[in-house]
Design a protein. Structure first.
Length: 152
């Protein structure tokens, strides 16, 4: 299934609530379209094979696309992020993903500030998986008590 195929599935499957998609590339435009087409999404897991891969069309971070996912999908409970992502996407997650229970992040973010946005904004967050991210202990320790599970 190509990126365009995933967009087509999001257009043609109104009951689609869960996506697990492995790919080599992704664009912000595709993520924005998927978010607009499926605001009822509760699980969105995108795994780009190459770490820190930007939007392949613009070479920009995928912050805008994942920002659209968390803004449009109000009932999102599970989110897996990958690709080139800055602290801005974590600000979007902390601001909009109020029902998020599980977050998985790999090779993403700039600093502790990104993690701070998530941990202080996502009151429903119970499980956090972090792999190869620049987050330090300060933000984690300040909010670790509310998590049931954390993997690093």
């Amino acid at each position: 299934l190509t990126e365009q195929g995933l967009v087509s599935v999001s257009e043609g499957c109104p009951k689609l609530q869960s996506v697990l998609y492995f790919c080599r590339q992704m664009s912000n435009a595709a993520l924005v379209t998927i978010a607009r087409n499926r605001p009822n999404m509760t699980r969105f897991r995108l795994c780009i094979i190459e770490p820190r891969c930007p939007d392949y069309l613009t070479l920009e971070p995928l912050d805008t696309g994942f920002g659209a996912i968390v803004q449009q999908c109000k009932d999102l409970q599970r989110l897996s992020l990958s690709g080139l992502l800055t602290d801005r996407v974590f600000e979007y997650i902390g601001t909009y993903a109020k029902k998020l229970e599980m977050l998985s992040v790999a090779f993403a973010g700039d600093s502790d500030l990104g993690l701070h946005h998530v941990l202080s904004g996502c009151d429903s967050l119970r499980k956090l998986e972090i792999r190869d991210c620049p987050f330090g202990d300060k933000a984690l320790l300040a909010n670790a008590a509310k998590l049931e599970t954390m993997r690093s």
